[in-house]
Design a protein around this ligand. Structure first.
Ligand code: HSE
Length: 306
């Protein structure tokens, strides 16, 4: 049995418009790396990045603690975290560390857990940042590709994305609250109109068809969310303009990446992706906001499959 395991897990975008808490897509924009080492000391977090070092407040730490309890592992574990995913921008940062930790723990102790169990353990880490457990980002980060999360019981369905699918992500340079996901979940309406639910459901179903048919245009066209996006967009300066500009520049669909504030445009490899990215930056500039843009593809997951 190895005494040290290193796992790298990708960033992810959750919701993809109408699939709140259900859809996730691993993206090759950024990666977190978690190294787990068996030690004689108590379990502790080692990192140079700006994340909590109390294992009970750190997403990877929570996962490791939970798995130690569950599998009766008494020895200490050193959890070294190298963040690549920007924290708090809707790119699945907490999920990437949690996913890498769950997969690394499984390997370190040769547990042979199945995919749903790995996602379930990784999901425990989300509580540290979102206040509640949601599995969309962790499922994408663990498994890669496009995922559909069913809960009660947890069951993740993974679909390989079309090879020509591309995303332009614009990350605004703004300060975000410490528990941003919890804050942005607080603005979601408690009651919704039945007709809105039908509309979102029809687009969510269309998106799944788009992934099954490997049709990037259908995927982009299905990114229409009349429930969560309208409730959250006020938290993103210039959102309407960013979206409008991206569509004008040739994007197939645009929405908030996860809980924001990053905005993600979907396209295929025939589009002028630099033009779309620039158009998004200009949209943020109309609200006096600088932004970083990144062009990316779907990614493999922490377990190494796409
Ligand atoms: N589905 C979650 C949310 C994703 O939108 O709150 C958070 O990254």
């Amino acid at each position: 049995m190895a005494s040290r395991v290193i796992v790298r897990a990708p960033s992810s975008t959750a919701n993809l418009g109408p699939g709140f808490d259900v859809f996730g897509l691993a993206v090759d924009a950024f990666y977190d790396t978690v190294t787990l080492t068996k030690t004689r000391d108590a379990t502790r977090i080692i990192t140079d990045d700006d994340v909590p070092t109390d294992p009970k407040k750190n997403t990877a730490g929570l996962v490791v603690k939970k798995m130690q309890r569950k599998f009766g592992i008494d020895g200490g574990i050193r959890v070294s975290i190298r963040k690549g995913v920007p924290v708090g921008f809707g790119m699945g940062s907490s999920a990437a560390s949690a996913a890498a930790a769950a997969v690394a723990f499984d390997r370190l102790f040769e547990l042979g857990l199945d995919e749903n169990s790995l996602v379930e353990f990784a999901g425990a880490g989300e509580e540290a940042s979102a206040g509640t457990i949601h599995y969309d980002n962790v499922a994408a980060s663990v498994l890669g590709g496009f995922v559909i999360v069913r809960t009660r019981p947890l069951d993740v369905i993974r679909i390989r994305p079309p090879a020509d699918l591309r995303m332009c992500i614009a990350i605004p340079t703004i300060s975000v609250p410490k528990k941003k996901t919890e804050v942005s979940r607080g603005v979601i309406p408690k009651k919704i109109r039945f007709t809105d639910s039908v509309l979102n459901l029809s687009n969510a179903a269309t998106m799944v068809a788009g992934f099954m048919r490997k049709d990037s245009h259908l995927i982009g066209d299905a990114i229409r969310d009349v429930i969560v996006e309208p409730a959250r967009q006020h938290m993103i300066p210039g959102f309407a303009k960013v979206k409008q500009n991206a569509i004008k520049a040739g994007a197939l669909g645009v929405t908030i990446s996860g809980a924001g504030p990053s905005v993600i445009a979907f396209s295929d490899n025939t589009a002028d992706l630099k033009k779309i990215s620039l158009a998004m930056s200009k949209g943020f500039a109309t609200a006096d906001t600088k932004s970083q843009t990144i062009i990316c593809k779907p990614s493999r997951g922490a377990v190494g499959r796409l």
